[in-house]
Design a protein around this ligand. Structure first.
Ligand code: URA
Length: 238
């Protein structure tokens, strides 16, 4: 896409959020073809127009949005000296665009991971203020019952004293191994495992299946990925 709004181009180039880049434009530090830009909504041609912030030329990066079914055994990171990362599963034409994972899944967790170089969208999806709901499927050792549903709803005090926000637990099957759906609007370190641990149960399998309106494509096997459709990108942005 060659033509786009100036604020979008700046935000996608990693300069800051849309709000932050609007402030920079107001301050008069952004120039387009040598002229100070006044209108955040001005349309620029990424192939032709020269955009500068002060003396620095802004190199527009193509944006990319990838849905991955993260497999077990790889870490959610862009680089690691000894472990395989989710980025290692992508081909060079994708890694060249410097995408990064939005949020974290544990090494042994599977499922939906969004990988993008759109810093603005990542910021929006991770912002605690937005409280984007993440849906997980889990198997636990120990019989999950209505007391656990109530505890999730009321918030659970973890071993470090943190009390979780109200969350929804849906029981699919209760038994020595139980199956559940969990809906969380926050994402603390090892949160689901620690919530169940506090209730005397152990998570033995965990998979994320949705993040806001983005649902894991069932056709993707663990380790597989595809680019988001235009509709999926738009639904996340709105
Ligand atoms: N909660 C966890 O415990 N692990 C994850 O990977 C995600 C949520």
């Amino acid at each position: 896409m060659a033509k786009m709004r100036l604020d979008k181009l700046l935000a996608h180039s990693g300069i800051g959020t849309r709000k932050e880049v609007k402030k920079l434009i107001k301050k008069g530090v952004i120039t387009v073809n040598g002229q100070i830009a006044k209108d955040a909504g001005m349309i620029v041609d990424t192939a032709r127009d020269e955009v500068f912030m002060g003396n620095d030329k802004i190199d527009y990066k193509e944006v990319v949005y990838i849905m991955m079914n993260k497999p077990k055994g790889v870490i959610t990171s862009t680089y690691d000296p000894s472990e395989r990362t989710v980025i290692d599963l992508l081909p060079p034409e994708m890694t060249l665009l410097n995408p990064f994972p939005v949020g974290r899944l544990d090494k042994d967790t599977e499922g939906l991971l969004l990988i993008t170089n759109d810093g603005e969208l990542a910021h929006k999806l991770l912002s605690p203020k937005k409280g984007v709901v993440k849906k997980y499927y889990a198997q636990t050792q120990g019989i999950v019952d209505e007391n656990d549903v109530k505890a999730f709803k009321e918030g659970i005090t973890l071993e470090d004293g943190y009390k979780t926000l109200p969350a929804r637990l849906e029981i699919l099957r209760a038994g020595s191994t139980s199956e559940v759906y969990i809906y969380l609007s926050e994402g603390k370190y090892h949160q689901i495992k620690r919530m169940f641990k506090a209730l005397g149960k152990q998570v033995i399998y965990l998979k994320r299946i949705a993040m806001g309106c983005l649902i894991l494509d069932e056709n993707l096997k663990p380790g597989e990925w595809r680019e988001l459709t235009k509709e999926e990108v738009e639904s996340l942005q709105n």
